[in-house]
Write a protein that binds this ligand. Structure first.
Ligand SMILES: NC(=O)c1ccc[n+]([C@@H]2O[C@H](COP(=O)([O-])OP(=O)(O)OC[C@H]3O[C@@H](n4cnc5c(N)ncnc54)[C@H](OP(=O)(O)O)[C@@H]3O)[C@@H](O)[C@H]2O)c1
Length: 324
């Protein structure tokens, strides 16, 4: 099978298309023929080793000291089940599925196996393969931060910084679905997109500083890495939560002190990756409450171009790779 492989960290052109052995499903596994996947901001970080402040030294031990331990990137996919192991009960050949191996990676390839009990689900019929491939990375991060970590409640006032990216565009839709009043921070160019996703209003970060407009929020979710507790504490209501999807080590270390002294809460760290959240995202997609935003698509053999575009930090929603 063909796969996009990287054997050293660096610029987009460290990725090359190579032939690899097609995986064989174990007894409890499903073999998926990949139809679409994404190049996410996570793939960019793992390929380039461009990490949030304080994490650079930890990156190599975690990902591979002398080169990537997992040479095929890609954390999410949509495709068709081609074969199943003898213990598999829920899926059968021909089923259209979505899967989110997450940090397990390996989706930038023509085939990937998944354990039946892993983060795999039937593809919502109302999503194309391209949309379904983009369901999980931004969606599960937004869902976990807003609901599990952030304890989102109906009627909450929510501010989403970076509302046009993969995480932000999912967060706008999920927060609205759960009954929040949503303000999205984005550039003027992305205002229409963010409003179309359901935001009640937008703030153009080039024109207005949200910390100076007198508004207060129950939740501020920062997916752009542009704020910190000291800067936005007066924009948080009592018991307000600052959800740092993107945070450096210094911000993480301050969290216990902030909790002890302010009555407000800062949450950071990795988003959970689990089958239950994937099932929730599929259910939201089926009822029309969540449709992944797609910026553009590239075929697998142009994946280097896709990496180049993701590296700009300016993508809207997800960048999809179609796999023939
Ligand atoms: N904690 C976790 O487990 C976790 C999980 C997933 C992602 N992340 C991190 O979260 C971050 C966001 O991920 P993503 O996939 O959503 O990224 P993304 O899709 O690459 O985000 C790109 C978007 O960010 C917007 N943006 C750039 N600068 C901005 C600013 N100053 N203010 C507001 N928006 C701005 C851009 O809009 P404009 O072009 O309009 O500026 C663009 O639409 C990444 O750094 C990623 O590493 C963390």
């Amino acid at each position: 099978m063909k796969a996009a492989v990287y054997t050293r960290y660096g610029a987009p052109d460290v990725v090359t298309i190579q032939d690899m052995a097609k995986p064989v499903p174990k007894a409890d596994e499903v073999l998926i023929r990949v139809r679409a996947t994404t190049v996410s901001s996570g793939d960019w970080r793992m390929r380039s080793l461009n990490m949030p402040r304080g994490f650079t030294l930890l990156a190599r031990p975690a990902l591979g000291l002398f080169g990537p331990r997992k040479p095929v990137l890609g954390s999410e996919l949509a495709g068709d089940v081609e074969a199943v192991g003898p213990q598999v009960r829920v899926f059968k050949p021909g089923d259209a599925v979505v899967a989110f191996p997450g940090i397990g990676l390996g989706c930038h390839a023509e085939y990937r196996t998944m354990r039946e009990t892993g983060a795999i689900a039937h593809k919502p019929a109302n999503l194309s393969y391209e949309e379904a491939a983009a369901l999980s990375f931004g969606g599960s991060t937004a869902l976990d931060f807003l609901t599990t970590k952030g304890n989102l409640r109906r009627g909450d006032k929510v501010l989403i910084i970076g509302a046009s990216g993969a995480v932000g565009s999912a967060a706008v839709q999920i927060a609205r679905h759960f009954g929040a009043d949503v303000t999205g921070i984005c550039s003027a160019a992305n205002r229409a997109l963010v409003l179309s996703l359901g935001a009640n209003r937008t703030i153009d970060y080039a024109q207005e500083d949200f910390t100076r407009n007198g508004e207060t929020y129950d939740i501020i979710l920062d997916a752009a890495g542009t704020t910190c507790f000291a800067r936005c504490k007066s924009s948080l209501k009592d018991k307000g939560r600052l959800l740092l999807v993107l945070s450096g080590l210094p911000a993480l270390l301050q969290i216990p002190w902030i909790a002890m002294t302010s009555g407000k809460r800062v949450v950071a760290g990795p988003a959970a990756e689990n089958p239950a959240d994937l099932a929730t995202l599929c259910a939201l997609a089926r009822e029309g409450a969540y449709r992944p935003a797609i910026d553009r698509s590239y075929p697998l053999d142009q994946i280097v171009e896709a990496h180049r575009y993701v590296d700009t930090g300016r993508k809207k929603g997800s960048v999809v790779i179609t796999v023939a």
